[in-house]
Design a protein around this ligand. Structure first.
Ligand SMILES: Nc1ncnc2c1ncn2[C@@H]1O[C@H](COP(=O)(O)OP(=O)(O)OP(=O)(O)O)[C@@H](O)[C@H]1O
Ligand SMILES: [Mg+2]
Length: 318
């Protein structure tokens, strides 16, 4: 077996006449966490459904855990776990009963199913709440139980479709910790997300997907580097001077963004030190008082906005 857990080559999928996937390529190394990052409607769920054999591609080649998803769908199903965007738990049943039910559905015997349910409850910190009806779980607990359910068969490859959407920061942190421990145990994970921070935190590599194709991929650092390197942030004392400060910054780099609530102007810069000293001098001579000036790397949000903007797309295809 090779070091590749997932291969997607030139996959197309249309719903009626509308393309959802439009020549998507992806490769995921065994034992890594791969983030698929994209906005609403980008095609993330469609991709996950194809990878997990729930949907056939119109065109292209897809292999998961060494098997073709179309011609060897049963072999693929046997090796994967799926956490869908909309969970499939029984609200009335307790956590333990839900897990036992999933285990029985996957043909584990009654005793093995009970053991497996207990192992998973323990692993996801749910042992104390195993009897409580799932309808009374918090969002984070539910999502952890979903994760546990997708692991009943100890899959080689796990698909997580927006595992933390709708969770509060605490619930999100809980799910992140669970995903990390899975990855540490050697499971290959493909997760989709609209949260750039999530991909940054969890993924070894990231594919940015927009309108059914990968528009950029790499590590979080590589993606950040592709969008013009560092930025300078200037926080002003007086919000009334934001426009004046914003007018000074273009001399040091590119497009300026202004956040009035935080009294912040921000811009990409070509040369860190030259920009820092230049901005300090320019502000001083314009009589603009800064509360804070900092150089930083771009956030993944800024990278994403840059990569998906029509402007950028026009430039790339020009
Ligand atoms: N069953 C369907 N029938 C028709 N069109 C669909 C169907 N499922 C998805 N689509 C369309 O295909 C495109 C991709 O949808 P998909 O659900 O894969 O996006 P997504 O990236 O998962 O979005 P979200 O972040 O909202 O979950 C969208 O334009 C969507 O409207
Ligand atoms: Mg989706």
């Amino acid at each position: 077996m090779t070091g590749t857990a997932i291969t997607v080559e030139g996959v197309h999928k249309k719903y009626r006449d509308k393309p959802a996937l439009d020549g998507l390529d992806l490769e995921v190394a065994r034992g890594t966490v791969h983030g698929v990052l994209g906005p609403n409607g980008a095609g993330k769920t469609t991709l996950v459904r194809i990878l997990s054999t729930l949907l056939r591609p119109d065109r292209g080649r897809v292999e998961v855990a060494g098997h073709d998803v179309v011609t060897e769908a049963a072999a693929v199903r046997f090796r994967i776990g799926l956490l869908g965007q909309h969970a499939a738990l029984d609200e009335q049943l307790g956590g333990r009963q839900n897990l036992e039910m999933f285990a029985r559905l996957h043909h584990l015997g009654a005793r093995r199913a009970r053991e497996r349910a207990d192992e998973l409850l323990l692993r996801f910190g749910l042992a104390d709440t195993g009897r409580k009806a799932v309808g009374q779980y918090s969002g984070g607990m539910r999502r952890r139980l979903d994760l546990a359910a997708s692991l009943v068969t100890d899959p080689e490859v796990l698909f997580l479709d927006e595992p933390t959407t709708g969770l509060d920061p605490r619930g999100r942190a809980e799910v992140w910790a669970s995903v990390r421990s899975l990855a540490d145990g050697g499971t290959t994970v493909l997760l989709t997300t609209q949260y750039l921070e999530e991909a940054d935190q969890l993924a070894d590599r990231i594919s940015v997907v927009d309108r059914g194709r990968v528009i950029a991929d790499g590590t979080a650092d590589e993606l950040k580097a592709r969008t013009g390197g560092d930025r300078i942030d200037v926080v002003l004392r007086d919000a009334g001077q934001l426009a004046a400060a914003g007018a000074l910054l273009p001399a040091f780099g590119g497009e300026v963004s202004v956040d009035a609530d935080r009294r912040l102007v921000s811009a990409p810069v070509a040369d860190r030190m030259a920009a820092l000293t230049g901005v300090v001098r320019a502000l001083e001579s314009a009589g603009i008082e800064a509360e804070d000036i900092a150089l930083r790397r771009p956030t993944l949000d800024e990278v994403f906005l840059h990569l998906t903007s029509d402007d950028h797309r026009a430039k790339e295809t020009a």
